[in-house]
Design a protein around this ligand. Structure first.
Ligand code: MG
Length: 385
């Protein structure tokens, strides 16, 4: 490491934002909505005085967290003036200022924190996880979601996953009939008994049907059942948890530390799905993970519809948090996108995501791909480099 690569007094001089649409190979149905043809995400590039770059991704889903337009505006209009001209030594203050300059927009805040630490890591010669307390694991078990309404296509995906030694799958349920969910579970248990199966309803069940349908699914003894009912139905979540022998996970009910406090107090879950796009960044995700661990809850590393760039940010976050023991779902770069935007393949081997060791996020973004998929961009505007 040379001396000049350690200096965090380096100022941020460039701030570019892209709204891009990346084609996907399949359809995904979840309890709250559908994704097909493409995903839309926001890419942020920060440029330091030395010319080094840091990248971050906002991965909104309109029915879950928010819109790409809101993320774009949060970054480009409201956060940019609080970032450009400041030094990397000010990262905590920059993040605090940007948390309050625009409400919500947690995905944009995650993108900003990712890009700041990617750039700081490249300047300092350190991986992002080093800024988050250090790494506690070298790899994370990968989970892939089974969510195609055409189950024949998912049967082929299951065969591919087993060939690739992926051991965890999450069945997306509650977007169709109970019979469809049961028949898929029967198939998976019969043909792939080696798989660790989890079930996620993504809020898809009504209050009237929830108890019966989660008990039906529980007979297949999944590792956990996730978010069967609406995010704000805390009392119903607590009642369902009481009636289940299978662990109940909260996802949409818990965005950040404030929700986690309430979820613990009201005993709505046995575990939580932690996502940087919900918490508004890597460090707040770590706070939720520690709160869960202290309360005796398990934790899972969830994601949104995202590219390898956001996967990398989540990977560094999970690397530094010992309580996230249920694996991660960073499958999309490899199994869902037609093409990722990273310059190298997102690191999955033998069913595990490998923790990068190189400076920053560890893999660069391929800007030509970003430009190719651009719908709208501020590149070159507003005095950026
Ligand atoms: Mg979920």
């Amino acid at each position: 490491m040379s001396e000049q690569t350690k200096d965090l007094s380096e100022k941020i001089v460039g701030f570019d934002v892209w709204h891009i649409a990346v084609p996907v190979v399949d359809r995904r149905d979840h309890g709250i909505g559908r994704v097909e043809n493409q995903i839309e995400i926001i890419v942020l590039r920060l440029v330091g005085e030395s010319g080094l770059e840091g990248f971050g991704e906002a991965s909104p889903w309109v029915v879950f967290t928010g819109s790409p337009e809101a993320s774009f505006a949060a970054l480009d209009r409201y956060m940019r003036p609080l970032v450009v001209g400041r030094s990397l030594a000010e990262i905590p203050a920059i993040l605090e200022d940007c948390r309050s300059v625009v409400m919500h927009c947690t995905e944009a805040k995650a993108a900003l924190e990712t890009a700041l630490y990617d750039l700081a890591g490249r300047v300092a010669g350190l991986p992002v996880w080093a800024f988050l307390g250090g790494k506690v694991r070298d790899r994370i078990p990968l989970s892939c979601s089974i969510a195609n309404p055409d189950f024949e296509r998912d049967k082929a995906l299951l065969d591919r996953l087993v060939d690739d030694r992926v051991g965890l799958i999450k069945l997306k349920a509650g977007f169709s009939t109970a019979e469809f969910d049961i028949s898929r579970l029967e198939y998976i248990r019969k043909h792939h008994p080696e798989l660790d199966v989890r079930v996620d309803f993504n809020q898809g069940l009504s209050q009237e049907e929830a108890r019966e349908r989660v008990l039906q699914v529980a007979e297949f003894e999944p590792t956990f059942i996730e978010q069967p009912v609406k995010a704000n139905q805390f009392q119903l979540m607590a009642r369902l948890r009481d009636s289940l022998d299978v662990p109940l996970l909260a996802d949409e009910s818990v965005f950040g530390p404030e929700d986690m406090t309430r979820a613990i107090n009201e005993q709505i879950c046995d575990g939580v799905s932690i996502k940087i796009m919900k918490t508004g960044g890597l460090q707040r995700a770590g706070v939720v993970a520690e709160m869960a661990r202290a309360a005796g809850l398990t934790a899972y590393g969830g994601d949104m519809f995202e590219t390898g760039l956001a996967h990398l940010a989540g990977t560094h976050m999970i690397a530094a948090n010992p309580g996230i023991t249920l694996g991660c779902e960073f499958y999309q770069a490899k199994y869902f996108l037609e093409e990722d935007i990273l310059a190298e393949t997102f690191p999955v081997r033998d069913g595990f995501v490998e923790i990068p060791e190189k400076p920053g996020l560890g893999i660069r973004v391929d800007l030509e791909k970003v430009r190719h998929y651009t719908l709208h961009s501020s590149e070159g505007l507003n005095g950026s480099q």
